[in-house]
Ligand binder design. Structure first.
Ligand code: APR
Ligand code: PHB
Length: 390
């Protein structure tokens, strides 16, 4: 079989890229290792930058987001027990965010591809990338029925996440990896209870906490926990009492508790692989970079990578010019490093580190004091939180 672009991975990056390329008349095939249900069962962050909202609308997948998403225009940080800093992003930088879960976006993207008769190939095993530095790369895989398949193409896009095959297909001597692991994780739950009307981050001596939302009857909450903790260490009662204890009393009393319907823990890490291109292989999304969830930049970066990459491929197949493809990696990385730095900073500002000395703690408190009193600092926070320009 032959196509123009093979896309590896049917997460948000791979499916949005497929939709944009297909709608521009570029033939493509998406290969996904997991089943559709498995991908849709993964719970991920849910805050969209204004640029992401625009890109999704232009791709034709904005209708449910605009109907069900919750406009989010303040960054709220609780600290020192009862202080509450609220930064209005519209006042500061004239932009707002949207709270809309990644699972819902993924459903919308699959539905759009189904409507067009171009669904991904699910349960594609043993994907291997070949001939990457030639004009005729090809991909082999084992189909869901056990058959061995081969697809020849012009370009391969690696949208297969951090644990995927694409980045690993680039010879180690051709890539540089920058990484940082944080000494804690986030324990997150979903609960069918009404969320707080605001998104609330908390810096507390017992550790970070976050109150977020999915729908009017679905809340998402997180608490910082040690890396060694398992989900079983966090029965619901313990989770709720830790969460409430880390929030200012005025907010804690507004939280409606209930049984969790999902519970998971995840370590926090920052990671960037450079370059984002090797021959005719282009990386996008988590395949090339990871941010800690603080600030919810992961999905937004995947969308901005795909925005640049789709435009470059459309130019390549339209006018034949490869200038934009040559510029793709450096252009995407400028934004990636902006979000990587911001996520690292917000993580450092809001968490309790196991080796934090009294000096470190006072410096962290001073940063929050400064942020609370400085309009300039608040503008810098808002500018990065709503997303750096595309
Ligand atoms: N072959 C085929 N598919 C693969 C392979 C492989 N060898 N390895 C991984 N995949 C699939 C995964 O099963 C997953 O569905 O690639 C997909 C990658 O999707 P994501 O991990 O969601 O990555 P991405 O699309 O870049 O989206 C980034 O997801 O991880 C969050 O915080 C992140 O919100 C951000 C977003
Ligand atoms: C979430 O809703 O899951 C979420 C929101 C904000 C973040 C991180 C995660 O900063």
């Amino acid at each position: 079989m032959r196509t123009q672009v093979v896309i590896v991975g049917a997460g948000p990056a791979g499916t949005l890229l497929s939709l944009l390329l297909g709608d521009a008349g570029i033939d493509n095939v998406v290969l996904e290792r997991q089943s559709r249900d498995y991908v849709l069962s993964r719970v991920r962050a849910g805050v969209l930058e204004s640029g992401t909202v625009e890109i999704l609308r232009r791709a034709g997948v904005g209708e449910r987001m605009d109907r069900e998403g919750h406009v989010h225009d303040t960054v709220n940080i609780a600290w020192r027990g009862s202080e509450l800093l609220s930064v209005d992003t519209v006042d500061r930088v004239g932009k707002r965010m949207m709270a809309y879960g990644q699972t819902a976006i993924q459903e919308d993207l699959y539905a759009a591809l189904d409507d067009r008769g171009r669904p991904p190939v699910f349960e594609a095993a043993d994907v291997e990338l070949n001939g990457l530095t030639t004009d005729r790369p090809w991909v082999t895989y084992t189909g869901p029925d056990g058959s061995t398949e081969r697809i020849d193409c012009d370009h391969i896009c690696g949208c297969d996440g951090f644990h995927g095959v694409a980045r690993q297909s680039i010879p180690a001597e051709e890539r540089t990896e920058y990484g940082k692991e944080y000494p804690f994780g986030w324990l997150g739950i979903l609960s069918e209870t009404p969320p707080l009307p605001i998104l609330l981050y908390a810096n507390h001596t017992d550790g970070f906490a976050l109150c977020s939302m999915r729908t009017p009857m679905l809340s998402r909450y997180y608490v910082q926990c040690p890396l060694t903790d398992a989900v079983e260490d966090w029965p619901d009662d313990r989770f709720w009492s830790e969460l409430l204890g880390r929030l200012p009393p005025s907010q804690a009393e507004r939280i409606v508790t209930g049984p969790s319907i999902e519970k998971s823990n995840a370590p926090l890490r920052s990671f960037v692989a450079e370059p984002m291109r090797y021959g005719n292989l282009f990386l996008a999304g988590d395949a090339a970079h990871i941010v800690p969830p603080t600030g919810a930049k992961g999905l937004n970066l995947a969308v901005s990578d795909v925005h640049y990459l789709s435009q470059a491929l459309i130019e390549r197949f339209g006018s034949g010019s490869t200038t934009a493809l040559d510029d793709y990696g450096p252009l995407a990385l400028r934004r990636v490093w902006g979000a990587v730095r911001f996520s690292w900073w917000l993580t450092s500002l809001l968490h309790r580190f196991p080796d934090q000395t009294p000096f470190d703690q006072r410096a962290q408190e001073q940063e929050l004091t400064y942020l609370s009193s400085s309009p300039a600092a608040q503008t810098a926070l808002a500018e990065q939180y709503v997303g750096l320009p595309l």
